[in-house]
Structures are given as C-alpha cells and as structure tokens.
Design a protein around this ligand. Structure first.
Ligand code: ZN
Length: 290
C-alpha cells in the first residue's frame, strides 16, 4: 500500500539538483528568514528514521514544503509531519521553498526493521477468507475509517507528545504478520496492551474524535482521535465508548473501556496510529511501558 508513495519520492528525488541537497544537510535554523539572507538552509529533518516512524520536520516559516510531489501542511511555527510506512525503503526526500526565492532539499534515510512472520497451516477456510457478504461489510466499514483518516486539521495536538492509553503487558507489536494456509494476512499495525475488561482507556494526546462506532465487524468498539496534520490514533475492541464524533478530548481524558468486541481472542487494547493512510508504530512515540 505504501510503495507507490515511496516510488513517487524516488522519482521526485531524481528531478532535484544535487548541490541543493548537500547545502541543506546539517543546517541550522535561524528562526526567521530576513531580507537579504538566504533561507536555503532553513529545513531540518532527522538524518535517519525507522520504518513505522513519524518525522517531525522543521522549517523557517513561511515555507512551502513538498513531499512526494505534493505540498505538506506547514504549521505557523514551520513544523510539518511525514509518516514512514512499514515496508518503506530508501529515503524520504523533502523540498522546501522560501519567500526570498531560495530552496532546499533534505532527506531522511529509512532504516529497515525485522518483523516477526508466523506461518500457520490447517486453518478453517471460512476464517482465512470470509464469505462475500461479510467481506463486503468489512470493506464498507474500512472505507469509513479510511475517510476519517483523511482529515487534515491545522491543530498541533501531537506537539506535546504521547503517553500510553492503558498499562499492561505488551502482547502484540507493530509489523508482525501471520500467513494462514499460505495466504498472507494484513500485518499487525499497532501495539496490543493486555488489560482486563472495562479498564479505562485514556487519550494519549489531545484531539478531536473523528470516528466512534461500537459495532464494527473486525474491530468492534472503535474510536479514532485526530491529533492534527493527518496524525490519528485508533483504539479498537472497546467494551464501551465514552466519546462521540466531533468531541474535543484532552490528553489523559477517558475515551472508553477495554473490551474484546469484534474479532478479538480476549480483552486487550489495540492502539494504532496513522499519518493519513500510512500506518505508524505507536511504540516509537511513547516512553517504554512503565
Ligand atoms: Zn492488535
């Protein structure tokens, strides 16, 4: 799913001049772009980021920042977000243009990860491939969630960092994949926290509720928090929802209770994060589980 994104970046990279890239490396941010001073170095990115990571880039505002041939939302303070997919390779290349007419290019090398792959044979066929009417329902529900993830608000609720929405043993990690009867299922795009039924789930950061449904086929009680700039959190298998679409929530506010609704084998909290359609690893945004 993420590979077209990466391919377009590679194409984009070949069109930018190399000398601009070297000028932008290791740059210092001056804080503002004065007349007569070049803004070409006013673009700052980490040099390396792992798959599933979130890049918070910085630029001197006002700047136009392009990635994969499209302009990114740039905050008033010049910061911008880019998510890296599970299977992204190569590098992320970002191009900035500044009011004095100068421009800069910076890149982030993508560090590969090893994901656990589990092959399971002899699973009942109905479990591996759901019947057509169920498949249609799943598709319809996933399209609704995908639509909520397209939201691109100017809010920067991600700015203050993230905390664990619940505490417990980590029972599933980002990126792992099961292959049932030889057919690869979707990788696990999130972190699972083992917790008892009805344990409170706390918003890991502030935001606006962009999706809230108690009865999805696969994920049961499902809540999305939009943190701004295309960054969203999803919480699934909830036994109860305490929020509705459009609600404003603050970091640490209860949004619902842990459950085992939808296709869950037992009570746990599945926490996923997205930058638009790109699935991120929430564990990269929080301190180790206390
Ligand atoms: Zn999970």
């Amino acid at each position: 799913m993420n590979s077209p994104h990466v391919d377009s970046v590679a194409g984009f990279q070949s069109t930018v001049t190399r000398h601009l890239q070297s000028r932008a490396r290791g740059c210092l941010l001056l804080g503002l772009c004065l007349p007569g001073l070049s803004c070409a170095n006013a673009l700052e990115l980490p040099t390396l980021m792992v798959q599933g990571g979130l890049i918070i880039g910085r630029s001197v505002p006002p700047a136009r920042i392009d990635y994969a041939g499209k302009p990114l939302r740039v905050a008033a303070d010049g910061s911008f977000l880019i998510g890296i997919g599970r299977d992204a390779t190569g590098s992320i290349v970002v191009h900035g243009r500044f009011p004095d007419g100068s421009s800069a290019t910076a890149s982030v090398a993508i560090q590969q990860r090893d994901y656990a792959i589990e092959r399971v044979a002899g699973v009942a066929e109905a479990m591996v491939n759901p019947p057509p009417e169920i498949a249609r329902r799943i598709e319809r529900e996933q399209a609704e969630v995908a639509l909520a993830r397209q939201r691109d608000d100017d809010r920067q609720d991600y700015r203050f960092g993230f905390s664990w929405p619940a505490r417990g043993r980590i029972s599933g990690v980002y990126g792992s994949q099961r292959i049932l009867n030889g057919s690869p299922k979707n990788p696990h795009y999130g972190v699972d926290i083992a917790a008892a039924n009805d344990t409170p789930i706390l918003a890991p950061a502030g935001g606006i509720i962009s999706f809230a449904r108690s009865d999805l086929y696969l994920t049961g009680g499902t809540v999305l928090i939009d943190h701004g700039h295309g960054l969203s959190s999803v919480f699934v298998h909830l036994s109860r929802l305490d929020v509705g679409v459009g609600d404003r929530v603050e970091a640490g506010q209860r949004i619902g209770l842990v459950g085992a609704t939808g296709r869950a084998t037992g009570p746990h909290l599945h926490w996923g994060m997205n930058w638009f359609e790109i699935r991120l690893d929430p564990q990269l945004l929080v301190a180790p589980m206390p």
